[in-house]
Design a protein around this ligand. Sequence first.
Ligand SMILES: Nc1ncnc2c1ncn2[C@@H]1O[C@H](COP(=O)(O)OP(=O)(O)O)[C@@H](O)[C@H]1O
Ligand SMILES: [Mg+2]
Length: 257
Amino acid sequence: MREPILEVIDISYSYKTERGPIPVLKDISFKVYQREFVSIVAPTGTGKTTLLRIIAGLRRPDSGKVLLMGEEVKAPTPKLAMIFQDFALFPWLTALENVELALLHRRDLSKEVRREVARKYLALVGLEGFENYYPRELSGGMKQRVAIARALAAQPVVLLMDEPFANLDAITAEGLRAEIYDMVFHEESTVKAVVMVSHNLEEVVELSDRVLVLGGRPARVIAEVDIKLPRPRNTRDPEFQDYLDRLYSLLSMSLKV
Ligand SMILES: Nc1ncnc2c1ncn2[C@@H]1O[C@H](COP(=O)(O)OP(=O)(O)O)[C@@H](O)[C@H]1O
Ligand SMILES: [Mg+2]
């Protein structure tokens, strides 16, 4: 039997506020297997970022647990890398230095080797020649590429992405979407599985092997859809549109549960 790379088991979470707890997630469970790209889709404010931060070990759930290759995640670990909607680069560091940061925990590598590894991942995301640029000198798409290089350079097992295209203009987002799957599952990448959260159905159908729809308050998994389309995917393909329609109706249902 195939062992899951990532297991999310019965995660529940409430924010504790002065006016009492606000339940956000209720008994969320799913498994992610080798070379799977799984997306979690729900409207803004549902709890996607909260869930991703729990998976990353940045927040402890009230109940339930997350297993990474059978081991419970209790704190942030380099085995789980995250990409954020706002890129989260350090403005005072160059592209190369931002990527090198991901390697600081690698005490086994010399500074020179860390630099070489960072260069290699910057090249993988198409930024050869931009090593010494500062984030302010790069476009949004290039900044997100630096963030992807930084995540891959950490040599994680699972890559977590929180609305990675949300802050890019449509054309830039389209270009990066077309490339990101091959970047994260490139032979130089250690990534075995990806979990992306998004409210954008088109990007979810374009990229995912499987989509989980969250709905309700607190949010639960209300549907799961396998996307069986060959890659690369064409958004104008009628089958692509069928998947979009199906997810749209599930998502509108999710607003009513
Ligand atoms: N620090 C917080 N304190 C209280 N409520 C919060 C906090 N962060 C988020 N929330 C609430 O939790 C819900 C889910 O937030 P979030 O995980 O950011 O959703 P999403 O990423 O799907 O937009 C939202 O309704 C938000 O208002
Ligand atoms: Mg969010």
